[in-house]
Design a binder for this molecule. Structure first.
Ligand SMILES: NC(=O)c1ccc[n+]([C@@H]2O[C@H](COP(=O)([O-])OP(=O)(O)OC[C@H]3O[C@@H](n4cnc5c(N)ncnc54)[C@H](O)[C@@H]3O)[C@@H](O)[C@H]2O)c1
Length: 220
């Protein structure tokens, strides 16, 4: 089944579907229609049907979707069976918040190592995660076979730190810094910018009120 070329917006909705399907399964529900799912996850049913259609026939017209089949399907696609270790670089205000949070609601991803230059925190363990000095970064990323890094360093050092990361086996960076970092084609960068999200929200409220177009909504 080809899942390589699904649109970004669809890929971003998959964890939302997966989370809600688990809630349905926990409440004993066996079957769900795209309309019911649409109501719960606030994505219109046509979009849900189109998203699911990228993965072949997951349901039948007029019958809906088997909750368990969908869960098993998304579990595989989202790699929920496999624990992904992630590293955090830059344990300041934002880094601390992410360490505290540590994705405890997702059982397939966790921050297993953090790095900083601040000697007051290196060598300590915060929220159960060891903070290593930057001098240990390459070695630890390699030993722990970490392929994903969350970047929360100040923007003036973001590219330099990225270049160091590129000397390891890291394949993906969740970039919280405002700098648009340069990486080789083999590495994927996902930028997170709360200011941008807030401004987009303000724009939609100003122009369209509260009724948003699903394709452009902020949680795509
Ligand atoms: N995307 C967003 O919505 C969003 C929101 C807030 C902050 N930010 C960005 O996130 C980053 C962190 O913000 P913050 O408020 O936590 O900053 P901060 O100054 O509190 O933390 C930065 C941390 O990085 C460490 N650091 C500095 N140079 C380093 C280096 N070369 N290698 C490793 N660690 C290094 C510092 O010691 C510090 O602990 C900034 O780039 C900021 O602009 C983004």
């Amino acid at each position: 089944m080809a899942t390589d070329n699904i649109p970004n917006a669809t890929a971003k909705r998959l964890p939302i579907y997966y989370r809600y399907l688990n809630i349905l399964a926990d409440s004993g529900k066996k079957r769900v229609s795209s309309t019911e799912l649409a109501e719960a996850v606030k994505v219109d049913s046509a979009t849900i049907r189109r998203d699911f259609s990228y993965f072949g026939a997951l349901g039948k017209r007029g019958y809906g979707y088997e909750v368990e089949i969908l869960i098993n399907f998304f579990k595989k696609i989202l790699n929920q069976d496999k624990l992904t270790n992630v590293a955090l670089i830059g344990v300041g205000n934002l880094g601390h918040a992410l360490l505290n949070f540590n994705f405890h609601k997702a059982n397939n991803v966790r921050i297993s190592a953090a790095f900083d230059i601040n000697e007051e925190i290196t060598g300590t363990i915060q929220s159960g995660v060891p903070i290593y000095p930057m001098a240990d970064m390459k070695e630890q990323l390699t030993i722990q076979q970490i392929e994903i890094v969350i970047l929360t360093v100040p923007s003036p050092v973001a590219q330099k730190v990225t270049d160091e990361i590129m000397e390891t086996g890291v394949k993906g960076i969740l970039n919280f810094t405002p700098l648009r970092i340069s990486v080789p084609d083999t590495v994927r960068v996902q930028n997170v910018d709360l200011t941008n999200e807030l401004q987009t929200l303000i724009y939609f409220l100003d122009h369209f009120g509260t009724k948003d177009d699903e394709e452009d909504s902020l949680d795509v």
